[in-house]
Design a protein around this ligand. Sequence first.
Ligand SMILES: [Zn+2]
Length: 147
Amino acid sequence: MALIKSHSFSKKCELCETSFQFTPKYIDGTPERLRLHEAAPGVMYYGFDQWLPYLLRLVFCAVLWLFALPLATAHFYYVWLHHPSTFTSRWKYDPAVGDGILSAIITSVIIISFLRLTNFADFFFLRQHWARQRQIQKRHGEKNKTL
Ligand SMILES: [Zn+2]
């Protein structure tokens, strides 16, 4: 893989080390500069083709993580704590604002506790790894003393 990476953008021949450079070749009669009305469709096509999917994905992620998921979390929280009938009673504007704040708090607590948990698991496995390495070093030290 490193070999492919090092050669894929190389500007030298792999056999004789001769430097080369690619230059674009256009049809005869191509103007030096394009006017705005000639360049705009190409730029727009490139924008729709390249940036629109990225932008839509960004909007979808923002709506999902900042609106839909926290609100769903808050609603499930209320249903779980109170009664299933509270689910429909919360679809009003005033509770929605409070739900938004509450859901942001709940979501951040869940994310932070999950990160803490994974951090603790990493620490636990690292401690085990260090203990194993210390045992191995001890054994090697005892072998060297006996020799
Ligand atoms: Zn060559």
